[in-house]
Ligand binder design. Structure first.
Ligand code: ADP
Length: 541
């Protein structure tokens, strides 16, 4: 080999911070706070407070590689931790507070976190957890002196710690392959598993996500972060915004329609992203109030399938483009995003919208995708044949945290647990998660397809399709529907609505009206539904 003669500057999260402070220093960051007042500063201000925080961490004797946990909402203080903790070579361990308490305890224990920064909303939870977590010795409450109480854990006050330090810090050079952020999957099957992002994977992911073929950010954008910072780094947005000099808007814990609308209009938001349930609430708010979404131009929606009617309403009624993305904690999380190509445009408007609205997205540089049959042989890219979706790339997981072995195959492919098709133009469509697949009389029925159509039926808020044991067909689909408040819809109306759009044998055997439970990451909790309706059809002939 002839070695290349270029520099080997390590990629690091600190480089994003220092770049933004220098080149977009006066670009605003706006954060709601639990205490009430809206906090405003800019990237230069973020850098100053992150420097002070780095010194605090060193005073607390945090060493490179130590795990520093957070139980925190989307706020400027959480953002400061996003930079200060990896910046000193430690690992930021973001814990999802929506998980069950014993899962949170498991995660903190498994990660061996020694310091915990937490918002006041979680004070009682922390009191209950503390006796079970001997490794956790330092607690910091993310507030000021006027709003915090140390509790039995003796929590220190974040603002007081910062006030004791001067800005200015010589950030160390950290190996680009060092762990930076640790995030656990929600553990819908088995114990939660830790995914440890490196500095390198975070920076490459942020650069790829910023491309025009992905989110296409410019310094004119205002990004409202509606995905949780505790879940897969809020899709990398806290890194992409400074990388591009975008205004960054953080909603704290308030994701209801009215609160989001205040920020969208008041802060000139052009771009936001989140799971479909958040945007269902926002659309309902717009419909009820007759309000318009200000300068909002693009929404990225993912985490579960985007209902076609949602994308269509945003576009046709409000002029907002919806871009669907697919990803998972294990892919940092950005896997694919829906971008048009000339070849797609040539197929005409109808086909273009169909692809952009109902498919999860298109292969981008950096991530490789393939679908394979049960025998491991690659399936054709014909848009029809479905197979297990495999991914590979520099921001895809290789091994779970403290895992004994790599979870990729010999060629580095990671099995996502999703079932998908890929068409000739490279657009990928998720038909199911392996564990949610419905197999009726030996044939597959796509729960996502039926849900997507059912949610377009007037009055329907959330539609969930599950496979339920059936004496003759092994499994049959059952549709569970949660209605918008004050609506009445009959079983027959839903079935009539579905009829023209799906094959007859896909028709759900029953429609059940009731609340649809969501997981800690805002997805339909099919496990709970399957348990609840396990024997629902066993009396059927
Ligand atoms: P969890 O911890 O709940 O598994 P993840 O966010 O890692 O959380 O979940 C990733 C899964 O979410 C994917 O494997 C896929 O099943 C689902 N998912 C993500 N985006 C989409 C999408 N656009 N359409 C359909 N399913 C999606």
């Amino acid at each position: 080999m002839t070695p290349g003669l270029m520099q080997t500057t390590p990629l690091s999260t600190t480089s994003i911070l220092t770049y933004a402070a220098l080149n977009h220093g006066d670009r605003e960051i706006v954060s709601r706070t639990l205490e009430g007042p809206v906090w405003r500063y800019d990237y230069a201000g973020l850098a100053r407070r992150a420097e002070k925080l780095a010194k605090v961490l060193l005073d607390l004797e945090v060493k490179p590689g130590d795990r520093v946990a957070t139980l925190a909402w989307n706020t400027h203080r959480h953002l400061e931790l996003f930079y200060a903790v990896p910046g000193i070579g430690a690992v930021l361990h973001t814990v999802n507070p929506r998980l069950f308490e014993d899962q949170i305890r498991f995660i903190l224990d498994h990660a061996g976190s020694t310091v915990l920064f937490f918002d006041a909303s979680f004070a009682e939870l922390v009191e209950r957890l503390a006796p079970h977590l001997p490794a956790l010795t330092t607690y910091v409450l993310l507030t000021d002196e006027a709003h915090g109480a140390p509790g039995t854990v003796g929590a220190m006050c974040y603002e007081s710690l910062l006030a004791d330090e001067d800005p200015g810090f010589d950030w160390p050079v950290v190996d680009e392959n060092a762990g930076a952020v640790l995030c656990y999957t929600s553990g819908t099957t088995g114990d939660p598993k830790g995914v440890l992002y490196s500095h390198r994977s975070i920076v490459l992911h942020a650069m790829a996500g910023s491309l025009n073929s992905a989110f296409g950010f410019t310094a004119h954008d205002g990004i409202l972060v509606c995905t949780s910072m505790f879940h897969a780094t809020a899709w990398g947005l806290p890194f992409m915004a400074p990388l591009n000099g975008c205004k960054l808007i953080l909603p704290c814990e308030k994701f209801d329609g009215a609160s989001l609308h205040d920020l969208i209009v008041g802060e000139d938001v052009t771009f936001s992203g989140g799971v479909p349930t958040i945007w269902t609430m926002y659309l309902a708010y717009l419909a009820q109030t007759g309000a318009r979404p200000g300068k909002l131009k693009t929404l990225i929606i993912g985490g579960s399938a985007v209902p076609r009617v949602m994308a269509q309403t945003f576009k046709q009624t409000y002029g907002v483009n919806v871009t669907q993305i697919w990803g998972m904690t294990e892919t940092s999380p950005l896997g694919v995003t829906s971008t048009p190509t000339p070849a797609l445009d040539a197929l005409g408007d109808e086909a273009r919208q169909e692809a952009l609205w109902t498919k999860q997205g298109r292969l981008q540089f950096g991530i490789e995708l393939k679908i394979v049959a049960e025998d491991g042989v690659e399936c054709p890219r014909d848009g029809q044949t479905s197979g297990a979706l495999m991914v590979r790339g520099p921001w895809v997981l290789r091994r779970y945290y403290r895992g004994a072995a790599d979870v990729t195959d010999a060629d580095g492919w990671f099995n996502t647990g999703d079932i998908a098709t890929i068409d000739a133009l490279g657009y990928m469509r998720i038909t199911d998660r392996t564990k949610d697949v419905i197999k009726s009389g030996g044939e597959w029925i796509s729960s996502i397809d039926i849900e997507n159509i059912a949610v377009g039926c007037p009055g329907v808020k959330i539609a969930a399709v599950i496979g339920v044991a059936h004496p003759k067909w092994d499994e049959r689909p059952v549709l569970v529907i949660e209605l918008h408040a004050g609506e009445t819809v009959t079983r027959q109306a839903v079935l009539d609505y579905l009829k023209p759009h799906i094959a007859k044998w896909w028709t759900p055997d029953d429609v059940i009206f009731g609340p649809v439970p969501l997981t800690a990451t805002g997805k339909i909790d099919k496990k709970v539904l399957r348990d609840a309706y396990r024997d629902h059809l066993m009396g059927a002939g």
